[in-house]
Design a binder for this molecule. Structure first.
Ligand SMILES: Nc1ncnc2c1ncn2[C@@H]1O[C@H](COP(=O)(O)OP(=O)(O)OP(=O)(O)O)[C@@H](O)[C@H]1O
Ligand SMILES: [Mg+2]
Length: 236
């Protein structure tokens, strides 16, 4: 079963085609990486999925049937799609726990909120920092908090834009473990990243985007061996 289907999607900015007849499908339970050079359209894809940018044509389905293409940002979030933005955007003057409570979203019943906060703190390894102001966290901890804010709503589709940008090797390895632990049969994770060792560690399959189109789809090993991928991306 698919968790996400992108069907012949076109996103244009004036005369520029940011996504050009893009099609891809992510299975339930899968961790998919979307990689490719700067400007390939990776963030634009997340903008289209989350309703920030309207495609000119094509369809975006959650599961095999639920059509998100014309939904509002709020409807898409309520359907279980959550995103970590490329730039960390935690609330610095609130504690870690308060940030996570915001991540739970308005749909989370007050009764289940404490248990959900506790499990999110444990999943992200931030238990000891629960009462720390988010602004005082190290950069890596901020990234994990932001992943936690995404997790707190128990999403069925998690979108992560560059979760290890600016992290040390040790923090990157911890983030790979964290994402591995988030796998569930009823959840899919789509992660954009430039760190290829990290991608290799977390992703079941990779989609290589180039100029808004799929250049390659398959294993990271396959991507490394693909002449076109080497030419436009990995060889640079
Ligand atoms: N709102 C917009 N208006 C005009 N052009 C845009 C807009 N958003 C993105 N673009 C252009 O679309 C192209 C794809 O941008 P996008 O941010 O999706 O790239 P990316 O693959 O995420 O790159 P990076 O790896 O640098 O984050 C770029 O050329 C960008 O300048
Ligand atoms: Mg981007």
């Amino acid at each position: 079963m698919s968790a996400l289907v992108i069907d012949n999607l076109h996103v244009v900015f004036g005369a520029f085609r940011a996504l050009d007849a893009l099609s891809l499908a992510v299975d339930s339970g899968e961790v998919r990486a979307v990689i490719g050079p700067n400007g390939a359209g990776k963030t634009t894809l997340l903008d289209a999925i989350t309703g920030i940018t309207r495609p000119r044509s094509g369809r975006i389905l959650l599961g095999d049937t639920y059509d998100l293409t014309a939904c509002s940002e709020a409807e898409i979030a309520r359907a279980g799609v959550r995103r970590k933005f490329q730039k960390p955007s935690v609330f610095p003057a609130l504690t870690v726990r308060e940030n996570l409570a915001i991540g739970c979203g308005p749909e989370c019943p007050a009764r289940t909120r404490p248990a959900r906060l506790a499990s999110t703190l444990s999943e992200t390894g931030l238990e000891a920092r629960a009462d720390t102001l988010a602004g005082a966290l190290a950069h890596g901890e901020k990234q994990w908090l932001e992943i936690g804010m995404v997790l707190a709503s128990e999403p069925r589709l998690i979108l992560l834009d560059e979760p290890v940008a600016g992290l040390s090797d040790a923090e990157t390895a911890s983030t790979a473990d964290l994402i591995g632990a988030l796998r569930r049969p009823d959840r899919a994770i789509l992660v954009i990243e430039h760190d290829m060792a990290f991608v290799e560690a977390v992703a079941d399959r990779v989609t290589v985007l180039h100029e808004g189109r799929t250049l390659f789809e398959g294993s990271m090993t396959g991507a490394r061996a693909d002449a076109r991928v080497i030419e436009v991306f990995l060889g640079r």
